[in-house]
Design a binder for this molecule. Structure first.
Ligand code: ADP
Ligand code: UDP
Length: 234
């Protein structure tokens, strides 16, 4: 594999072309942002951990029938993925109340939800990622109805798989965000799965083991990411 031109510099990752037109090289940075880019920082070593954790989750999901973009980990901070035509949506699944849901519904953080909630957000930095429903998605032609149904089904399956994996490690899966893209007429799970885009709480102490430690200035940010890696992979 030969690293090619820079394709896209994101907030947490940089994406490069490769000599294979169907594959991209994703480089995981230590940069962290929150509140729609208002807060910036660096979490030393985060890129290395998120690359490892994403590899772990994508492999576990593939073994359980969830098709995704992961090809192979090729460096400490680099993974090779299938090049997808990305769908401009963030698909969020929630099992417990946290983050924006606390404000929007006035519920207490940590309240368990009787059924998982699926939400869609328009991936648009200019608009601040507004929440959408199925009708908005259809009207904006962001995805077709069958693609939307597929994404929702996969998101809920991912939720069940990750919840079980994490429960065995004494971690509650509070919520998470997924992204999807098209490849050869199929919708595949993409991007990353890490403490940057999931909320993980210790089941017993409710200690936060994710990016909320950065968002809320709780300290011990990289230690929390490290703890997740250790619990899952060691
Ligand atoms: P952001 O764009 O929100 O700043 P990142 O820093 O994580 O996010 O950048 C990674 C970018 O790569 C995102 O825009 C994401 O949608 C995109 N991406 C993730 N997986 C793939 C893929 N398999 N093919 C093409 N683009 C992808
Ligand atoms: N999330 C994300 N990227 C975003 C917004 C949210 O990865 O741009 C994740 C976030 O880490 C959490 C879940 O999606 O696991 C739900 O986030 P929420 O809507 O509560 O927003 P936040 O509190 O992050 O503003």
């Amino acid at each position: 594999m030969i690293k090619g031109n820079l394709l896209y510099e994101g907030k947490a990752k940089t994406v490069f072309e490769t000599d294979n037109p169907n594959e991209l090289l994703v480089y995981f940075k230590d940069d962290a942002t929150a509140f729609n880019g208002e807060k910036h920082g660096t979490i030393e070593g985060k890129g290395v951990i998120n690359n490892k954790l994403s590899e772990f989750f994508f492999k576990q999901l593939k073994d359980r029938g969830i098709k995704n973009h992961f090809v192979e980990k090729v460096g400490e901070r680099e993974m090779l993925v299938k090049k997808l035509d990305m769908i401009k949506l963030e698909v969020v699944v929630r099992n417990f109340v946290a983050g924006s849901l606390v404000k929007r519904l006035g519920l207490e953080e940590g309240t368990p939800l009787t059924v998982p909630i699926v939400e869609y957000y328009y991936k648009s930095d200019e608009l601040g990622d507004p929440m959408l429903n199925r009708w908005h998605i259809m009207a904006l032609d962001l995805a077709k109805i069958d693609e939307l149904n597929q994404m929702e089904h996969v998101a809920l399956s991912v939720n069940t798989i990750l919840r079980d994996l994490l429960r065995a490690k004494n971690v509650d899966l509070i919520d998470f965000k997924l992204e999807f893209g098209r490849f050869d007429g199929e919708v595949l799970l993409a991007d990353e799965i890490s403490p940057d885009n999931c909320r993980f709480w210790d089941t017993v102490t409710h200690e936060k083991l994710d990016k909320d430690r950065f968002r809320q200035d709780l300290g011990g940010v990289v230690e929390a990411y490290q703890e997740m890696l250790q619990r899952l992979t060691l």
